[in-house]
Design a protein around this ligand. Structure first.
Ligand code: ZN
Ligand code: ZN
Length: 313
């Protein structure tokens, strides 16, 4: 986002044509890296370089010697390419910035539920009536159609038009971490099996002989392949965290909720809290946007337009 000319993007014709924001002088969506926080860029590049460097120089070479299938070994690189593509698309795409020219059509797409989204609420910054399911983003300084959240990692809002890229980005990232974790774990298991360590024994400091157990194996592997074991721990952790976030996003997609709506609707889920405030009328939140699991998922990949809504009503 152009911070010097924050408000100017709505006037720019390029923004409409290329899904880019423009300050009126330069297009600011040329690269997802050029105006991202330096800390995030450094973290992103360092983590990816460290994991792929280690995978390429050690795991790939050893697995190749152990005659792992080439396609399996190339899978993390293929996933990386797909992941980077989704990252760039998600970062550069217009999430659904509401401008004066598209406001009239976007306002007709979703009905106001009367609980989370009230008719007639005007955004004080954009000076326009907020369409249902939209929210003003202070980072982007604009109202966003079907606002999900502002993602600092991709440095863009997640809205109706780039939710599919975010969805694919997240899933490909989790798949990448899972693929590297699986191959690395398979390599270490293969090393253990080939060395026949499981049936061996070791002598401790007191001179007593013990059969090899799991803890000893992990210790032994860590001393033999310290970087590989460390990387495996990191990618397993990453797989679990990303997997959980993927599940949450899948749940939101299947129930046709945005993160913003899910967060706000929790306020109406607890009846005890409502009885504490007798002056408030009892509000029961019902998600009116859900159209069944399959249609909800389809909506992520093909956001509804005004024409479609007319056809269904
Ligand atoms: Zn606004
Ligand atoms: Zn934003």
């Amino acid at each position: 986002v152009c911070f010097a000319f924050r408000a100017a993007h709505s006037k720019c014709l390029l923004a409409e044509c290329f899904g880019a924001y423009c300050c009126g002088i330069f297009c600011h969506r040329l690269s997802p890296f050029c105006y991202r926080s330096c800390l995030f860029v450094a973290l992103h590049v360092a983590l990816q370089a460290a994991v792929y460097g280690e995978y390429t120089w050690e795991v790939f070479v050893y697995c190749w010697e152990l005659q792992f299938h080439l396609l399996l070994l190339l899978l993390p690189y293929l996933l990386l390419a797909g992941n980077m593509g989704c990252f760039i698309l998600c970062s550069r795409a217009n999430p659904g910035i509401i401008t004066k020219s598209n406001h009239a059509s976007l306002v007709k797409i979703y009905a106001y539920d009367g609980v989370l989204f009230q008719k007639g609420v005007v955004c004080p910054t954009c000076n326009m009536e907020k369409p249902a399911r939209s929210k003003h983003c202070s980072f982007c300084s604009a109202c966003v159609h079907r606002f999900d959240h502002h993602c600092v990692w991709v440095n863009n809002c997640i809205g109706a038009f780039n939710a599919k890229y975010f969805f694919l980005y997240l899933f490909s990232l989790a798949a990448t971490a899972a693929a590297i974790a699986t191959i690395t774990a398979a390599f270490l298991i293969q090393v253990v099996l080939l060395s026949n360590m499981m049936h061996g024994s070791y002598i401790d400091e007191q001179g007593q002989e013990h059969a090899v157990e799991i803890l000893f194996l992990v210790q032994h592997l860590f001393l033999t392949f310290p970087r590989v074991v460390f990387m495996l721990g990191f990618v397993i952790l990453l797989t679990l965290v990303l997997g959980a976030y993927c599940c949450f996003n899948l749940y939101l997609a299947l129930t046709n909720q945005t993160s913003n709506e899910w967060y706000k609707s929790r306020r109406y889920g607890c009846s005890r809290r409502l009885t504490l405030q007798p002056h408030d009328r009892q509000v029961v939140y019902k998600n009116i946007y859900s159209k069944g699991v399959w249609m909800n998922l389809k909506e992520i990949f093909k956001p509804p337009t005004v024409l479609e809504r007319k056809k269904t009503t």
